[in-house]
Design a protein around this ligand. Sequence first.
Ligand SMILES: [Zn+2]
Length: 76
Amino acid sequence: MGIVRILLLALLIFGLVRVLQYFIRRVTGPASQSETMEGPELLQCIKCGTWIPKENSIIQEGEPYCSEQCSDLPKE
Ligand SMILES: [Zn+2]
């Protein structure tokens, strides 16, 4: 009786872990893959020409800059 219950419970936990792993891979997989393969949307700093992820860029007057240093420099 006891052993059968333990086996069933172990099987159930094993199945749950597999299902969880599947969902975790589905959620994290494509995101991390696109980050390493193509990366997020890139913008080119209009000052020095460096390509930077959109989320790390500084937008001033609609123009992307790679850093505060670049955005602080006066336009030529
Ligand atoms: Zn720059």
